[in-house]
Design a protein around this ligand. Structure first.
Ligand code: COA
Length: 144
């Protein structure tokens, strides 16, 4: 099946919220996504992966780019589409995009018990930064 990556549209949000709800213990709500659109301005970059045949979102990546650093806010692949290389492709593309724009590192935080995401990010070249961000999250980074 063919996929494409494009910038998000407001009309994608209901499908994105559905994926988000199935994927996270504390999912972003529709209001959270709308707030990001309204308030994050040009710092926010929001890409979706859609199926070529219907253009419906099946994964998304939301990140901020400030000065020379990328901060991943949300990376989610719909449950039925996991382990097909989509998450890695999105993240690799983000690294390439950031490098071209002058970013020197990419950072994210991950829930302490989210072992599958930690394995995934390790596979994508990230490492854990020593010390906890807080009781529930750890920071990971990758130099670009
Ligand atoms: C984490 C997530 C984004 C990975 O996306 P994905 O498209 O399934 O990942 P990929 O298929 O690109 O995986 C690439 C590699 O990462 C590793 N990996 C991915 N999922 C993994 C898992 N559940 N357990 C262990 N390793 C995993 C594997 O090495 C995999 O390569 P392989 O399939 O050849 O073994 C996806 O599982 C997800 O959306 N999870 C729920 C939301 C979430 O936790 N997001 C991250 C929040 S910080």
């Amino acid at each position: 099946m063919g996929y494409k990556i494009r910038c998000v549209r407001k009309s994608d949000l209901p499908a994105i919220v559905q994926i988000e709800t199935l994927s996270h213990p504390r999912p972003w709500t529709l209001e959270d996504f709308e707030w990001e659109f309204k308030n994050a301005g040009s710092k926010l970059h929001f890409w979706v992966v859609t199926k070529l045949k219907d253009d419906l979102p099946l994964a998304y990546l939301c990140f901020n780019f400030v000065i020379d650093e990328i901060y991943i806010r949300n990376l989610t692949v719909g449950p039925s589409e996991r382990r097909k290389g989509i998450g890695k492709k999105l993240l690799d593309l983000c690294c390439l995009w950031g490098k071209r724009k002058g970013a020197v590192r990419i950072v994210l935080d991950v829930r302490v018990g989210n072992y599958s995401a930690i394995s995934f990010y390790r596979k994508c070249g990230f490492h854990l930064i020593k010390g906890c961000l807080n009781r529930t999250s750890r920071l990971m980074e990758k130099a670009l």
